[in-house]
Ligand binder design. Structure first.
Ligand SMILES: Cc1ncc(COP(=O)(O)O)c(C=O)c1O
Length: 383
């Protein structure tokens, strides 16, 4: 008999008519007209050479072979250059930030340890941390006093002798909040004073107005989690990496899952994506900034709705609608009928999910305008 697992799970509501999450996602995936605002994916790339690099790899029949198990050296080098990190750091290519998060929690946590995360937040980190450590302290941060983020003060109030890991998703999914220089310095002090690791998930870094790697400030106490899913627009290729000091990365080498390496075609695409980044990143940042303004203008017209964090430093934001009388899942279902995929809050929060809808906006501006129109109509219809 297999006993049910106790680990933290996101509180996902299934839209009506779907029996499983997989059935729902399969439906979404197969609708070519769907506007994709539900998973922070990026649909703004056109000519980045990524497709050509992947096609060339397939034509070469690269897929018959296994790749070097830790990633092509060229890709590792490009990621380190992108981050401005030198040879004192080490790196492994992984099948996405998800695998990196799993490896970090597995490696750092002993069964007595606890992890500090936040709510709202990226809940799979809570799930992984609860598998390997004793428990997770998920700190409520949905309030303006803490700036809708896990602050150093909140961490200090909640840590104890068994705290070993602090999860800092920066900028934060779902709110788009990010850190100041002083806060980063404070985190360094906490990590060093208490010998705690900072799990720095920088999946949305490229969308931020300003960003600094904790790896540069607190190298011995930081693990950096990197993804090709968002700014690079390669979510379906499942590729990312994990970066840290050699001591940590060597320890992770002993627990890797994909010891035969990460998808070759994805790696070839990722190489092209970084090599061409200077050509496209400015445009993508510009469009996402402009797109959030359109959403703000629509939200401002609805009494009772507001944006807790604006501007967002990520490619997604939260629309609080608790005072409108419309429930986020009702709006999400309404939007699906209008061919827009957005996410009700329960996907990223246990405590505050009933308050908000999360929308990502790295999509063409015309689609964001259509969303704004449907959101306003939805508010009228559902109230
Ligand atoms: C904070 C955060 N980390 C990691 C991921 C997953 O990244 P990947 O697709 O590289 O596994 C996501 C996806 O939404 C995310 O929001």
């Amino acid at each position: 008999m297999i006993s049910p697992k106790k680990y933290a799970r996101p509180n996902k509501l299934l839209p009506k008519g779907f029996k499983t999450a997989n059935e729902f996602f399969n439906y979404l995936f197969n609708d070519p007209d769907l506007i994709w605002m539900g998973q922070n994916t990026n649909h703004l790339h056109h000519e980045t050479g990524v497709m050509e690099a992947m096609e060339a790899s397939i034509n070469e029949k690269d897929y018959c072979k296994y790749p070097p198990p830790e990633g092509f050296p060229r890709l590792k080098e490009l990621i380190m250059d992108d981050l401005g990190l030198g040879s004192e750091y080490d790196i492994l290519v992984t099948a996405g930030a998800t695998e990196s998060l799993y490896l970090s929690t597995n490696d750092i946590l002993d069964p007595v340890n606890n992890t500090i995360t936040c709510d709202p937040g990226y809940l799979i980190i809570d799930n992984f941390a609860s598998r390997f450590g004793d428990h997770v302290k998920s700190i409520p941060i949905y309030n303006p006093e803490c700036g809708f983020k896990l602050t150093p003060e909140l961490v200090r109030e909640n840590l104890d002798a068994n705290t070993k890991l602090i999860s800092l998703v920066d900028p934060l999914n779902p709110l788009g909040s990010s850190y100041t220089k002083e806060e980063r310095k404070d985190f360094k002090d906490i990590a060093e004073d208490h010998d705690i690791y900072l799990l720095h998930d920088i999946t949305y870094r490229d969308f931020a107005r300003e960003h600094e790697l904790l790896a540069k400030i607190a190298p011995e106490h930081t693990i950096t989690v990197y993804s090709f899913s968002k700014s690079y627009g390669m979510a379906g290729m499942r590729i990312g990496s994990i970066i840290g000091m050699p001591e940590v990365i060597n320890s992770i080498r002993s627990i890797v899952i994909n010891d035969l390496g990460t998808n070759i075609v994805a790696q070839k695409g990722a190489i092209a994506a970084i090599e061409t980044k200077k050509e496209w990143i400015g445009k993508i940042k510009g469009t996402t900034r402009q797109n959030q303004e359109i959403i703000k203008q629509a939200v401002d017209q609805v009494e009772g709705a507001y944006l807790p964090v604006y501007p967002s430093d990520a490619n997604m934001m939260v629309i609080d609608m608790i005072d409108t009388g419309v429930k986020p899942h009702e709006m999400a279902e309404y939007l699906i009928d209008r061919k827009i995929f957005a996410r009700e809050g329960s996907y990223t929060s246990k405590l505050f999910g009933h308050r908000y809808l999360r929308v990502s906006f790295s999509i063409p501006t015309t689609q964001v305008e259509y969303f704004a129109e449907c959101f306003l109509e939805g508010m009228e219809d559902l109230r």
